[in-house]
Design a protein around this ligand. Structure first.
Ligand SMILES: *Cc1c(COP(=O)(O)O)cnc(C)c1O
Length: 813
């Protein structure tokens, strides 16, 4: 436990005001939207894309009295009873506290890094080593500069072993993580494709990752990635792989059935066999990494084999799915501890689509009724989360029912809940399912989630948030951001996406049609929403749902004015579109006088913004044209403003404009495709893929060279071939032009081509040259830009064509 005086000693502030030296600090706050236990919190005004100093008052109002700042207080802020430490860099101060906490911990700390598999290896090691050690592990995939610092803060002497994940995306980051984590032991899981992670080359990436192990005693790693790589000499290099020089040599891998793989290994001349209960390559590699760690910790091979055989697949992500009875299900069966619960509740709070919010919670492993501190925390978490109903499952929680004020139903176990489920009404609710592994809450989730077929579009909400921040990072302060969520957010969802954008404070949302806007309002979205193609029949809905129409012609302008007058409305916000060269919708610049004549002569509408659209911002050959469009908008809006006598927002740049035309930012930009992870103009922007279309292999056939595949016998094979049928066809939005080898998909990381014509609900792949089993996962667009090019279209079209029958699954890590 720290007092503010202790913290002051650690961060060595240049200046401080300490009014209460004995103030206890128990939790670190960096986001005022997530404040719990304000009185013992320490707020760090971090300066990144948003300036934490802008939220000091918000934190203060919520009860925070301890602050670490790097800038002076604004004059109007008066925090008389607060402790304030001023440091040169608040982020470094936060990390210094984490490093201090780490240093007090005298037991082994295992650091894990790599391109993939970090979280699963961490979780598996937790399972495998728990019988002997009391293990602390970083929650979820908290592996960033901030995530690691927050993870280490929770480390304490209750534990005698820690597993901490480290993730990086650019050069220089690992040294900072290493300084905090100081791992005594290390695991490198693997090294993926370089360009996906923001490194120049594979070598640069490996170098950077290895920095985590600068002072480690042992490193477990796959030999194949690190041949000829220099490593610090003090380190015991525990390589695994199929070469004789490896400490742990992999003799053979044999698929036993469709469920497990027998691996023969040799360590120190001792040959042993382990049954890994998985068949996919990634799981096998991750399991071998775990075996390596167990060996370096002195485990006997028999114990290793016994425990590895019991490994379970893990859903580490928190998923949002459509439930039965018009509910939304947040499925988080990953683990049940308070940190994980808090993360899930934060996500629940973002969901505005239903007023009912139900938590289904199991007992927390290892926590007894007498554990008052934990339950005190639990009570606070629940009372601050906006829940309306609780369902407790398990005997320990059962004894605490009377301590909660919300309606609670209690069940002894999962089975009795499931038996009762048909009597439970959960309609129009958002339901968070949070259970410890032993409670098998996946059975609950299965019963609540609406059934649909296997093809899914997975939407990574973290990536969306990340991309938003990438573009925000390009904008000077004060420039607003409008997020385009038309066409079902480019295929990826409605309120699910809008909730996240609202949580992240974008300034506007824009849809194409009134219906889309109404859906968002019904989903609880309160941000201003612009409708680009309003029509007269929709004026009622527009006014009723406070949507803001785009006005692009005199016809729509006059009829909207007439409508507003009839309904006695005044000052209704509208957005005037000017056609500066796109020649789609909008007033022509020369119509400005006529437009002014109408606008000045009424008070029912108010011009909220005036905007235009760049026709060719991404093409250098059209730079002059683009420059001219920008100038036209500038002149048009200057005149309009002068004659109207008030100002309004001006905007013209969409994604390509944001990427390439700072002079086009005006007062706001309109971010579309880039938000969804596709930037066609700038390779250097580290945007992340948001949606992944997945299906799986339904059947595999071995066919002789003379056979043909599919309709019209179009699939000719020329050689004995293995053909996989998968469950996606043109009715799902997989374009028929992808047939006969044009479409490329990926199975277990290997690229394969279509064969024959695409059918309505299915298509076939030539898998002769790769390893594949029935039910294996298939990534439909391993590279969506390339796929679009192959059939002469653009990624936009592929995204929005993914049909509504394809189930959307949202996840948040
Ligand atoms: C769709 C659209 C955008 C967004 O375009 P992106 O290229 O996806 O960023 C911006 N403005 C208008 C008027 C649009 O119709």
């Amino acid at each position: 436990m720290y007092t503010i005086a202790d913290i002051s000693e650690i961060v060595a502030p240049q200046r401080s005001i300490i009014v209460a030296h004995e103030s206890i600090i128990q939790n670190l706050i960096y986001d005022t939207r997530k404040i719990m236990n304000a009185e013992t919190g320490l707020f760090f005004a971090l300066v990144n894309r948003r300036d934490g100093h802008d939220f000091i008052m918000d934190a203060y109002r919520k009860g925070v009295r301890n602050f670490v700042l790097q800038n002076d207080l604004q004059q109007e802020l008066v925090l008389t009873d607060a402790n304030i430490l001023w440091v040169p860099d608040t982020f470094l101060a936060l990390q210094a506290i984490a490093a201090f906490q780490r240093k007090k911990f005298k037991s082994p700390v295992l650091g894990i890094t790599g391109s993939n598999g970090k979280t699963i290896v961490k979780e598996w090691l937790f399972q495998l080593l728990s019988p002997e050690y009391k293990i602390y592990r970083s929650p979820k995939s908290y592996n960033s500069q901030l995530g690691v610092a927050l993870s280490l803060w929770e480390l304490n002497e209750q534990y005698n072993f820690a597993i901490i994940e480290a993730g990086i995306s650019e050069v220089g980051e690992m040294a900072r993580l290493e300084k905090m984590i100081k791992p005594t032991h290390g695991v490198l899981t693997n090294i993926g494709v370089a360009h996906r992670e923001g490194f120049q080359s594979k070598e640069e990436k490996i170098d950077e990752k290895l920095k985590l192990f600068t002072d480690a005693e042992v490193l477990v790693y796959p030999q194949k990635y690190l041949e000829h790589v220099y490593m610090p000499s003090q380190i015991y290099k525990f390589a695994w792989g199929d070469e004789e020089s490896c400490q742990l040599e992999v003799y053979s891998l044999k698929k036993e059935d469709n469920q497990s793989t027998l691996v023969s290994l040799c360590f120190s001349r001792q040959i042993f066999t382990v049954k890994i209960p998985f068949v996919d390559q990634a799981s096998i590699e991750n399991a071998i990494s775990c075996i390596g760690v167990m060996i370096t910790f002195g485990y006997d091979v028999k114990v290793i084999a016994e425990r590895i055989a019991t490994l379970q697949p893990m859903e580490m992500r928190l998923e949002l799915k459509k439930g039965k009875q018009n509910s939304s299900i947040i499925d988080d069966s990953y683990s049940n501890d308070l940190v994980a619960l808090q993360i899930a509740l934060d996500f629940l709070k973002q969901q505005k689509q239903h007023l009912r919010k139900i938590l289904i919670l199991s007992d927390i492993p290892g926590v007894q009724v007498k554990d008052e501190k934990t339950f005190g925390k639990l009570k606070r978490l629940i009372s601050e989360s906006g829940l309306t109903e609780l369902i407790f499952i398990g005997p320990v929680l059962g004894q605490l029912v009377s301590q909660f004020t919300l309606p609670i139903t209690n069940y002894a176990d999962t089975k009795s809940f499931l038996e009762d489920l048909k009597h439970i009404n959960y309609s129009d609710a958002t339901i968070l399912i949070k259970g410890a592994r032993d409670y098998h809450f996946e059975q609950i989730s299965k019963r609540l989630v609406a059934k649909s077929h296997d093809t899914t579009l997975e939407i990574n909400l973290n990536a969306l948030e990340h991309n938003l921040n990438v573009y925000r990072g390009l904008l000077p302060p004060g420039v607003k951001l409008m997020a385009m969520v038309k066409a079902f957010s480019y295929g990826s969802g409605s309120f699910e996406i809008a909730n996240l954008l609202q949580f992240n404070h974008v300034d506007y949302l824009t849809v194409a049609f009134t219906d889309e806007g109404v859906d968002l309002r019904n989903g609880g979205i309160t941000l201003p929403i612009v409708v680009m193609s309003p029509d007269e029949n929709a004026f009622d809905a527009i006014v009723q749902h406070r949507l803001e129409p785009e006005i692009y012609s005199f016809r729509i302008l006059n009829s909207f004015i007439r409508y507003l007058k009839q309904h006695d409305l005044k000052g209704f916000p509208v957005h005037i579109k000017v056609d500066t060269g796109m020649h789609r919708l909008g007033f022509m610049p020369e119509e400005i006088e006529a437009l002014l004549a109408v606008l000045k002569n009424q008070e029912v509408i108010r011009v909220q913004s005036v905007f235009s659209h760049l026709a060719s911002a991404g093409n250098v050959v059209d730079d002059k044209f683009t420059g001219n469009q920008i100038q036209l908008l500038d002149e048009f809006t200057a005149q309009l403003k002068q004659e109207l006598g008030y100002s309004f927002i001006r905007h013209i740049a969409a994604t390509s404009g944001i990427a390439l035309w700072p002079s086009a930012y005006f007062d706001m930009v309109r971010l579309g495709i880039g938000l969804y992870g596709i930037d066609l103009e700038r390779e250097d922007l580290p945007v992340k893929e948001v949606s992944v279309l997945k299906t799986n292999v339904t059947q595999i056939k071995q066919l002789s060279a003379t056979e043909t595949i599919g309709y019209n016998r179009a699939g000719v094979i020329h050689r004995p071939s293995r053909i996989a049928t998968i469950k996606i066809g043109y009715a799902d939005g997989y374009d028929r032009r992808f047939g006969n080898g044009v479409g490329k998909m990926s199975i277990n990381g290997q690229i394969v081509a279509t064969v024959g014509n695409i059918c309505m609900d299915m298509c076939m792949l030539d898998v002769t040259d790769i390893e594949v089993n029935e039910e294996d996962e298939v990534i439909v667009y391993p590279d969506i830009k390339e796929a679009a090019l192959a059939i002469g279209t653009i990624p936009y079209e592929l995204l929005v064509n993914i049909s509504q029958r394809v189930k959307r699954v949202y996840f948040y890590e």
